[in-house]
Ligand binder design. Structure first.
Ligand SMILES: [Zn+2]
Ligand SMILES: [Zn+2]
Length: 268
């Protein structure tokens, strides 16, 4: 979840042609990153102090317990994947009891503050059946994005991250946004705003949808239509709209600009 690495890839070619602009842009970018850190983006701990038996190290760790290992012992083979569904890295991973996905504690959305007990079953948010999650009551959580609405927004964000290949270049602030003085937006910023303690936290799902649209719009405005990043943005946005159709249908295909759809027009 570090902020280094891929941020500059998309804008690199343009940046080389514009050395001066590039230098300023990098400063802008670094300022953005510094802001992100000060707002509490969490870092995956290298070595958790108390490894829990609910975790797996890798498929070679025969001592690990938990449902996944139990299944392996019965001859079904390890039903869980070896790499975190969000970052495709290994290490201390939490196994979902319902699907093959595994996650780092702080890669899952929401971050899992307290590791499940060895005897506790744990399911990832992608496996939550929202048909069983009660609708928020009228006026529930006014001024805060809470309850079912919050879970739905977290779910959609996690779905976007789990589109690993497509989402990779949209996770960190894009250099081209800083170069063209666009409002930067990226998945890590969206994820940060989902944290209840964030000073910029979302108070309404319309803000979340608007940020996602801004992310895609930036990609379209700054990349040729035949570029890979443009095509990836299109595919990821189509996936995003498919998620909205499922979970927040009134926002599907809403541009994110101007008034939010009528049914949810109340911006707290
Ligand atoms: Zn991870
Ligand atoms: Zn799952």
């Amino acid at each position: 979840m570090g902020l280094g690495g891929h941020a500059g890839v998309a804008g690199a070619a343009q940046a080389c042609e514009l050395d001066k602009v590039c230098a300023e842009s990098v400063q802008d970018l670094m300022a953005t990153i510094a802001k992100l850190d000060s707002n509490g983006v969490q870092v995956v701990p290298e070595t958790p102090a108390q490894p829990s038996p609910a975790l797996v190290h890798s498929s070679t760790d025969s001592k690990a317990a938990g449902p996944a290992r139990a299944a392996a012992a019965t001859g079904a083979g390890d039903p869980n994947e070896d790499w975190c569904a969000v970052c495709m890295d290994g290490g201390e991973l939490m196994c979902c009891d319902k699907c093959p996905k595994v996650f780092h504690q702080y890669c899952h959305i929401p971050a899992v503050e307290k590791l499940p007990e060895p005897t506790e079953s744990w399911q990832c948010l992608l496996c939550v059946n929202f048909a069983e999650v009660p609708e928020d009551g009228v006026g529930a959580g006014a001024g805060e994005l809470g309850g079912r609405r919050r879970r739905v927004v977290e779910r959609i964000t996690l779905e976007l991250y789990c589109q690993y290949e497509l989402s990779l270049q949209f996770r960190e602030p894009a250099l081209y946004a800083a170069m063209h003085h666009l409002q930067p937006m990226c998945l890590d910023m969206i994820r940060m705003k989902l944290q209840p303690r964030s000073p910029d936290r979302y108070t309404h799902e319309a803000q979340f949808v608007a940020d996602c649209r801004l992310l895609f719009r930036n990609a379209y405005r700054n990349n040729p239509a035949d570029s890979q990043i443009y095509k990836d943005a299109r595919r990821l946005e189509e996936f995003f709209d498919a998620q909205l159709v499922k979970w927040l249908p009134e926002y599907a295909y809403w541009s994110g600009e101007g008034e939010p759809p009528a049914k949810r027009s109340r911006l707290d």
